[in-house]
Ligand binder design. Structure first.
Ligand SMILES: Nc1ncnc2c1ncn2[C@@H]1O[C@H](COP(=O)(O)OP(=O)(O)OP(=O)(O)O)[C@@H](O)[C@H]1O
Ligand SMILES: O=c1[nH]c(=O)c2[nH+]cn([C@@H]3O[C@H](COP(=O)(O)O)[C@@H](O)[C@H]3O)c2[nH]1
Ligand SMILES: NC(=O)CC[C@H](N)C(=O)O
Ligand SMILES: [Mg+2]
Length: 543
């Protein structure tokens, strides 16, 4: 069955066509922050293939030059949609190229801050374009371009200038086509959001009804239609925010016909399986089976030192266990009122994963397809159901709050599937797992209690933190006795996208309290070290 009601059918949608700029996803984000729904598609999208009509179209920036022979161009059908269009940087140049081939290489690149002059129509009567309503006559904007317009396309007017860009913004006001040379989507353009709001809300008349409450109601409805009155769904949950929110949504939609499975692989955080069971079953009412496979995993990991081998063993065993569980669940349901095929597999795919697989990276570059949980549904002949595939992480967190999920869970740091196995360098043994679990629990307790200068908890201020175990032992002294013990490494990083990250700085008092506690309370630890490396060159996890 086709998707009964995707958000672009239910919400006024601004279509963002991506020409490969590294900021394109920010345009979508800014719109969503204004409660206007937006989706991004590659600039090569054929509009005849689109099953819905956008309220407006934004053409993004991009690394190409519109006049180059291999430059990407928008489907000209966009100009027959009869909706407003905003071109940003390359997008502005694309408008100018389409309407008159008026673009050439500039003498020098303009990169960085520029003062924009939102001026009266060429010095004659005062005229402020609707695109700039509510903005001051002069404002800071951020530019990044080398090409420029040689002259205005017919019937366009100049609506703003800068010292280096006489056509910093242009408009065809009756057709409602606008182009800006600067980037309103980046934070270096402080009032950029107002420009985007003017376009989406005043010019396109998109309703600002994209809220997580509305999304939730509509998504629950959509899942019900998709799954039908008898269909059953299984899903892997980890206790992480994505799978928890997805599971709760499924539960709202189809109740006990959703079966959540959590695998205790023996390398979870301290008491994790118990806590997740408690939260999902008792607090959220989700039907959850925890499969204790810790011994199976730990015996397979015995003697294995290579990080990639460890990851493979965990990934493969995870799939085997999931298949076994799916069979059990289907069998148990055989003679009950909820008998029906397990047809769907729930996956917590987020919009950044989708964006990564559709963004336009260049005419010759292959476009990557993102797979979340490696190959599982294909092997099991299940159809995917992905309730979060249109959401950014902060939207997932907002909907988690909306669904009544505890704040502690909503703001949980990410935890990788292979768990502590990639935080213990070298062979994983039950003793090492215990030591890392205990050290980690102390670190987390202190992070949750500790406060930054402005009163937020350290845990919330940090993007991800954990304790890990280095490979060699070191000598320490405990109660006048020599101790040849383990070395715990603490890591805490700040990041927005987990692609790059910076080590977090703690004050002396906090650092010594945590290290004293771990040294005193965790048997077998001789030293506690702090990991200062940024990403790059390091990764966040140790392996
Ligand atoms: N121990 C586990 N048992 C069952 N499923 C798991 C387990 N660990 C990971 N998964 C599955 O793998 C998916 C990907 O894990 P990932 O860590 O990226 O997401 P998450 O755990 O939901 O959220 P977060 O990124 O906040 O940790 C999870 O959504 C879940 O479906
Ligand atoms: O679900 C997961 N399965 C994995 O195999 C995995 N490896 C890394 N991570 C998480 O990804 C982010 C970036 O990690 P790295 O800098 O170590 O690559 C960090 O947030 C890591 O915790 C994983 N998550
Ligand atoms: N940021 C952009 O979109 C740049 C557009 C074009 N490549 C230029 O240099 O002018
Ligand atoms: Mg996780």
């Amino acid at each position: 069955m086709d998707d009964p009601a995707p958000p672009h059918q239910l919400f006024d949608t601004i279509l963002v066509l991506d020409f490969g700029s590294q900021y394109t996803h920010l345009i979508t984000r800014r719109l969503r922050e204004l409660n206007v729904y937006s989706e991004m598609l590659p600039c090569t999208q054929k509009l005849a293939d689109l099953t819905w009509k956008p309220k407006g179209v934004i053409l993004s920036g991009g690394p190409y030059s519109v006049y180059a022979s291999d430059a990407p161009h928008v489907d000209p059908e966009v100009f027959n949609l009869d909706v407003p269009i905003l071109g940003i940087c390359y997008g502005l140049q694309e408008l100018a190229w389409h309407f008159g081939k008026n673009v050439l290489a500039g003498e020098k690149r303009e990169y960085g801050r520029a003062a924009l002059n939102i001026h009266p129509r060429n010095g004659q009567e005062a005229h402020v374009s609707r695109l700039f309503e509510g903005l001051p006559d002069d404002m800071d904007v951020w530019m990044s371009h080398g090409d420029k317009l040689s002259r205005l396309p017919d019937d366009f007017i100049t609506i703003a200038t800068s010292a280096n860009s006489p056509y910093a913004a242009i408009a065809h006001e009756s057709k409602e086509y606008y182009g800006v040379q600067f980037h309103p989507e980046v934070t270096h353009t402080p009032k950029g959001t107002q420009v985007i709001r003017n376009f989406a809300v005043s010019i396109c008349k998109a309703r600002q009804n994209w809220t997580m409450e509305a999304f939730r109601d509509k998504e629950v409805e959509r899942i019900r239609k998709l799954v039908g009155p008898k269909g059953q769904v299984i899903g892997a949950v980890s206790g992480g925010v994505d799978s928890t929110v997805a599971a709760k949504l499924m539960h709202e939609a189809i109740g006990d016909r959703f079966h959540a499975v959590m695998v205790d692989n023996g390398v979870l955080r301290k008491d994790e399986a118990k806590q997740v069971k408690q939260t999902l079953t008792k607090n959220l009412g989700v039907n959850l089976t925890v499969v204790d496979a810790s011994e199976r995993f730990l015996s397979l990991l015995k003697g294995v030192e290579d990080p990639e081998k460890k990851r493979k063993i965990i990934g493969n065993t995870f799939i085997e266990i999931f298949e076994e569980e799916a069979k059990k669940i289907a069998k148990e349901a055989e003679n009950t009122p909820r008998a029906g095929n397990i047809e769907y597999f729930l996956q917590g795919t987020l919009y950044p994963d989708v964006i990564e697989s559709i963004s336009f990276k260049g005419p010759s570059a292959t476009i990557k397809t993102h797979h979340n949980v490696g190959g599982l549904p294909e092997k099991m002949n299940l159809k995917l159901i992905e309730p979060l595939r249109e959401l950014f992480k902060d939207e997932v967190r907002a909907i988690g709050t909306e669904l009544g999920i505890a704040e502690e869970l909503v703001w949980r740091h990410p935890f990788p599937g292979p768990g502590l196995a990639i935080r213990i360098i070298g062979e994983v043994t039950p003793e090492k797992v215990r030591i890392v679990q205990e050290a980690d629990a102390i670190f987390m307790e202190e992070l949750k209690a500790g406060k930054t200068k402005d009163g937020t908890s350290l845990y919330r201020d940090i993007s991800q933190a954990f304790a890990a175990l280095f490979v060699d032992k070191a000598v320490g002294v405990v109660g006048d006795q020599r101790l040849h013990g383990y070395v715990i490494a603490l890591r805490a990083v700040k990041t927005t996208d987990f692609m790059t990250a910076k080590a977090y700085w703690f004050d002396e008092e906090f650092a010594s309290r945590v290290s004293d506690r771990i040294g005193n309370e965790v048997q077998g630890v001789a030293r506690v070290v702090y990991e200062w490396t940024s990403k790059p060159p390091a990764t966040i996890e140790l392996e």
